[in-house]
Design a protein around this ligand. Structure first.
Ligand code: GLY
Ligand code: MN
Ligand code: MN
Length: 447
């Protein structure tokens, strides 16, 4: 599955940054999370750790020592669970210490049990340590204890680390700019999401339960080789779509209502993040269609705006203006667009931002602000564009025919030197395409 050369290149890119700061890097994979007594959630490696190693076993850590004195080249030590016949019968196969160096192209592998005993020696004379704290209290405690040991030992020529640096300017900054290899994974994830959303449109009919579409999405993701959903699927019929993070997915789908599906497949742990909203019975009502066209127009305008040199926040501003103008046109809001934008009179219908970075994490890493201002887009960045409109079912400020309509349309957009590329293109999106897909037809040239 994973490509050791890709992860090796990632380590090399990071090592160059670490060397400049005379820093060591220490990266841990995720901890197992308990679901309930004796049951754990399915393990998913921590994203930085995966990016650096391509190794998906739990209980592992990576130490990068780029500047160790007297060393010709950087040293990379992977700590992992060793082979254990008895344990492997219960919890599955392990790569083990002997096989890891050649399989993962690291210099050295050691049993994870040795990590904390080894660190005081290995971190001697490292001026800085780049690591992420604040996730696992026990790990933080052991790290501080290691630093204390190093300070005790510090005499003569031994210098203890003086600074702990966060990973954000290191791995997160590198991960923000996707390489061709990463984009291949993201296109693959997008392609699987395309198939799953199209299948859900085809399958939808009044009387189905949200859970049936949820299960269908999961089936489409997994049977196409995806590691699964990149985040918990949202399948929200009718007014459930007005709950932004609705994940119960257990209500009947009713004739005459819309269903909002926010679901994205993951490929090699790279996310896609896609939302489509379509009529349960395959045909938009007049109100649904009018509001859908407003959201669609806002989304298309915002996507068209994406190109190098424009600020991240301006994508939101462009979508927001189009939404507000649309709400005024439909009579949902009364007043001048300018004033409604200034006094945030739209927040009743649109309360979230339009974009976030996308990559190994669905809300991916990378700073949104540079020197106090919204960051400018650059080639290689991937962001979502996901405007919406949510009219609460009890909103008496609007005629009843609008109430309980929730719509969001979300695509994943790569910034290219010439402008942008929609990674999730081809998933039915216009009213015509959506209605055709619900009827089991595909329109030629669907976007
Ligand atoms: N699916 C999470 C989001 O759209 O941000
Ligand atoms: Mn999103
Ligand atoms: Mn989403």
């Amino acid at each position: 599955m994973s490509d050791p050369a890709f992860h090796e290149q990632n380590r090399e890119r990071l090592v160059r940054l670490l060397r400049d700061r005379r820093a060591a890097g220490l990266f841990f994979t995720s901890a197992h999370k308990v679901r309930n007594h004796d049951c754990e959630y399915r393990f998913r490696p921590e994203s930085d750790f995966w990016w650096l190693t391509g190794f998906a076993e739990p209980e592992s850590a990576l130490l990068l020592l780029p500047t160790l004195e007297g060393q010709a080249r950087p040293r990379q030590i992977l700590y992992l669970r060793d082979r254990d016949r008895e344990r492997e019968i219960w919890t599955g196969r392990r790569l083990g210490v002997t096989a890891a160096p050649s399989a993962l192209r690291v210099d050295e592998a050691r049993p994870i049990e040795r990590l904390w005993d080894d660190l005081p020696t290995l971190l001697k004379n490292q001026e800085r340590i780049v690591t992420r704290t604040g996730l696992e209290p026990e790990r933080d405690r052991q790290l501080l204890e290691t630093l204390t040991k190093l300070r005790w030992a510090a005499r003569g020529m031994v210098v203890p680390p003086l600074e702990l640096l966060d990973v954000a300017p290191f791995t997160h900054e590198l991960r923000l700019f996707k390489t061709e290899r990463e984009l291949e994974h993201m296109r693959r994830a997008a392609g699987i999401s395309r198939a799953a959303h199209s299948a859900a449109m085809r399958a939808s009919k009044p009387g189905l339960n949200e859970c049936e579409l949820d299960a269908l999405l999961e089936h489409e993701f997994r049977r196409r080789g995806s590691t699964g959903a990149a985040y918990t699927n949202i399948v929200a019929g009718g007014a459930n779509a007005c709950i932004l993070h609705y994940v119960e997915n257990d209500q009947p789908l009713r004739d005459g209502e819309l269903v909002l599906i926010d679901a994205g497949a993951e490929w090699e742990y790279y996310a896609s993040d896609v939302t489509r909203t379509f009529p349960v019975n395959g045909r938009f009502s007049a109100e649904q269609k009018a509001l859908y066209e407003v959201v669609l127009q806002a989304q298309l305008t915002a996507i068209a705006h994406v190109r190098p040199g424009v600020s991240f926040v301006s994508v939101h501003e462009v979508a927001l203006r189009a939404l507000v103008e649309g709400f005024v046109r439909l009579g949902l809001l009364v007043g001048k667009a300018e004033e409604l934008l200034a006094n945030e009179g739209y927040r009743r219908f649109y309360m979230h931002r339009t974009s976030h970075w996308l990559g190994l994490d669905v809300h991916d890493c990378g700073a949104y602000v540079r020197d106090g201002a919204s960051r400018l887009l650059e080639p290689g960045m991937v962001l979502t564009v996901e405007p919406g409109c949510y009219v609460a079912p009890d909103d008496e400020s609007v005629p009843s025919r609008w109430r309980g309509i929730g719509i969001r349309i979300e695509d994943d957009v790569l910034v290219t030197p010439a402008g942008h590329e929609v990674l999730t293109a081809g998933i039915p999106k216009t009213v015509e395409e959506v209605e055709a897909a619900c009827a089991g037809r595909t329109l030629a040239g669907a976007t």
